[in-house]
Design a protein around this ligand. Structure first.
Ligand SMILES: [Cu+2]
Length: 152
């Protein structure tokens, strides 16, 4: 009986570990300021899965009419944004959402531009890790990106 009891405990231990295996950390969350007439703005961040099981980013919630996950494709140097249903975050890896690539799209800005110095409170929704809060800092447009600045 004692052996069975120990085996039961071990199983219980495994189950508990499995539930806590996905661990998500985020860094460098930022969004670019937008022109007053802009309809949408991009959000960028690095997502690290420090756990031992794969996870998937399935949604981003924020106070905008619509928030989507996008990636960018270049065709003859013309950028085109593609809607993504989800972004896989493999165990032990960091996935970077960067200008010119994948990004969070805050949509429906109509007259409420993203303003430098302000922040966007959002919630990342993961299949395994659940809700992960994140704050995007709104910064000036990254000159190294594919955007073209008109600040001169
Ligand atoms: Cu986009």
């Amino acid at each position: 009986m004692k052996t069975l009891y120990m085996a039961g405990l071990a199983l219980l231990g495994l189950a508990t570990t499995a539930a806590a295996e996905s661990a998500i950390s985020v860094a460098d969350a930022r969004a670019f300021e937008t022109a007053p007439t802009a309809m949408a703005g991009g959000g960028f961040l690095a997502i690290t899965n420090t756990g031992t099981s794969d996870d998937t980013l399935v949604a981003v919630l924020a106070d905008f009419p619509r928030v989507e996950l996008h990636t960018t494709e270049f065709e003859n140097d013309v950028a085109r944004m593609i809607h993504l249903d989800a972004i896989p975050i493999p165990a032990g890896e960091t996935v970077a959402l960067e200008p010119g690539g994948m990004h969070v799209m805050f949509m429906g800005l109509q007259g409420n531009p993203l303003t430098e110095g302000e922040t966007i409170n959002a919630t990342l929704v993961f299949e395994q890790a659940g809700d992960v809060p994140v704050t995007f800092e709104i910064v000036k447009r990254d000159m190294a990106g594919h955007g073209h600045s008109h600040n001169h």
